[in-house]
Design a protein around this ligand. Sequence first.
Ligand code: ASP
Length: 417
Amino acid sequence: MPSLNRQILIAACLGLALGWLLSILPEGSETASAVLYASTLVSSAFLGLLRMILIPLIFTSIVVGVANLQAHHQVHRVWVITLCYFVITVSLAMLVALLAANWFEPGAGLSLQLFAEAMADFEARQLTLPEFFQHFFANLFQNPFTAFSTNNILSVVVFALFIGIALVAGGERFSAIGELMRQMLDMLLLITGWIMRLAPLGILALLLRLVAEQDAALLLTVLGFIVLVFATTLFHGVVVLPGVLYLATRRSPLWFWRGAREALITAFATSSSAATLPISMRCAQHNLGVRQGVAGFVLPLGATMNMDGTALYEAAAALFVANLVGIELSFGQQMVVFFTAMIASTGAPGIPSSGMVTMVMVLQAVGLPAEAIAILLPIDRVLDTIRTAVNVEGDLIGSVVVDHLAAEQAENPRDRV
Ligand code: ASP
């Protein structure tokens, strides 16, 4: 029996190949609908299991992680390094996007007529910058039960931070709760291991559907833009992020990819950093040797706030839309795109196509028609794959970098949490 890692890789290739086979079968074929139906069942069971474990896992791992870090006086250091890492890598991602989009000018000369119909029917969801902040802060502190039941990861993170810090502040008084949380976390990781056994099948089903259900004609029309986004996102994931990893830790990219492969393929297939989180946590701790305290802190925060792929996409897409409607964005306007895409990617939750909602904000910030989302939406399922994989890669590399730098700075580097 091949290792799980290899099974996932084989399943991903099989899923892509079978999906393509289905797409060339004649329309209305019974085999195709039966296979599609079966893969819908399998993929929703897999996603459902990941969602089932997600919130309890985030909550306990942050509580335990923060309590451990706090006990070793490392919380402050981890915070600062994490935030610096997030800001630097997202800025690099957008720089890559803006340079590539200015260079290749995707969308210039494409006839807007092609999309006129889609644009006419579409009502864009408006989200201005002030509204965005209002929404962001309203989401930050919530009744924990509401946050748990609505999968609001950001406020679960905030609540867990409070509990983790309080556990340490209370010392002996709360030791029973601390022990309970540690045991809960162990148990949830065990269950995550069981869910992982289903990952090859889940990934096969997800990728099969992805390929089989694409509208090839539409994809061809905007092929230039799709290729550009794929290539620049890949460049960020294959050159820039591993470069940051090497500079900060002297670790080789190959070592990283071997350890992170399960999480990256799952992110590609699910298009959701949040759904991938249980698998990312396992990869970080088991394969990449990140301390639980750091992984439990950086990864959930990263899955909601650190989205290199999304920021890159939003910046490139804004310039694409500008080219489509024939507007040249000045340097100043491109800077506005830079900052709004940074904020927008921070606010996008780690679920499929969430970047599309915050994308409206970026378009509006420079006066581009929000309705242009109608052009981007139909091709989003395809582009969401690679950008989510890079989002997750950014978080995983972040956990390795933060772990390394925080340990290096500690008075006693061997003071492992
Ligand atoms: N699907 C992405 C993620 O989960 C977010 C996005 O739509 O850009 O990371």
